[in-house]
Design a protein. Structure first.
Length: 280
């Protein structure tokens, strides 16, 4: 009897957990689904019930020069951030995993620190520092701010991959006469490709979708996609904003998924190309 009662209680506990989990997911993703649906609303009022299906708001979005300028700005900032952050993050992770030097623990803490501080606090703090030294806000400072926020994540991804790469491969290359740089380029870097691609995609997404840093550090008159959305929300909530939000969702979610599929396909092709070991 006790065993049967415990099984029933366990079933009800799992059902309750599943119900709460479903409610949490609905609470989190229902606004996103509603934004995507309302972007196709034929009415000029962004709300239910919908009056019809239309793509006119996407057409107006493509003709909006302010939105296009903000998209171009966010795109090149994210590209520069991804390239620089990947190079710096992979190099830093390699140094932290493979070498012992004075100040290693302090460097590791300093690199990860921006990920531990809330972006709003970090943005306000750096803005106060910029004002204190009488430094005007420029595009260079904005890009450096995005790099500062994305570096910790790339370092963590590269470190996790570096720990899984055995040191014997590099030592074998060094024993055969290869230099330290050649060993890294020919042996370590190919094994790090998944971390490099994953870190670059994550850095691109963090930069492209960043709101706090862009809001505090952007120069006057410069808008990125998140700040452009905020400025449009101050006027009214129309299906054009819903269309812009849908584009942002596609970019921030679609690019990592697309990159993951490409990486998975390349891994499968590489495994197929490797010679199979003969069993004796």
């Amino acid at each position: 009897m006790r065993g049967t009662r415990r099984k029933q209680e366990g079933r009800w506990a799992w059902r309750l957990t599943g119900f709460v989990t479903v409610c949490v997911y609905i609470f989190m993703f229902a606004p996103i689904v509603a934004t995507v649906i309302l972007s196709f609303n034929a009415s000029m009022f962004g709300g239910f019930p919908m009056t019809g299906f239309s793509l006119q708001w996407y057409g107006k979005l493509m003709a909006n020069e302010a939105v296009l300028a903000a998209f171009r700005t966010s795109l090149w900032i994210a590209l520069v951030t991804a390239i620089v952050t990947t190079a710096v993050g992979v190099t830093t992770a390699f140094a932290l995993v493979r070498f012992d030097f004075r100040g290693k623990q302090a460097l590791s803490t300093l690199v990860i620190l921006p990920a531990l501080v809330p972006e709003t606090i970090l943005g306000v703090g750096l803005l106060v520092l910029i004002k204190a030294v009488d430094q005007p806000r420029t595009m260079l400072l904005l890009v450096l701010g995005h790099i500062l926020l994305a570096v910790p994540y790339v370092v963590l991804i590269a470190q996790a991959r570096m720990i899984g790469i055995r040191r014997v491969y590099e030592e074998a290359a060094l024993s055969l006469g290869a230099s330290r740089f050649s060993s890294f380029r020919e042996v370590t870097l190919p094994l790090l490709i998944p971390a490099v691609v994953g870190g670059a995609l994550l850095a691109f997404t963090i930069s492209f979708d960043n709101t706090s840093a862009s809001l505090f550090w952007r120069p006057a008159g410069v808008e990125t996609m998140p700040t452009q959305i905020l400025s449009m929300l101050k006027i009214s909530i129309s299906p054009e904003i819903n269309a812009l939000g849908t584009v942002m969702i596609l970019v921030t979610v679609g690019i990592p998924l697309f990159g993951g599929l490409i990486l998975q396909s390349l891994t499968k092709l590489r495994r197929r190309g490797e010679p199979k070991e003969e069993t004796q």
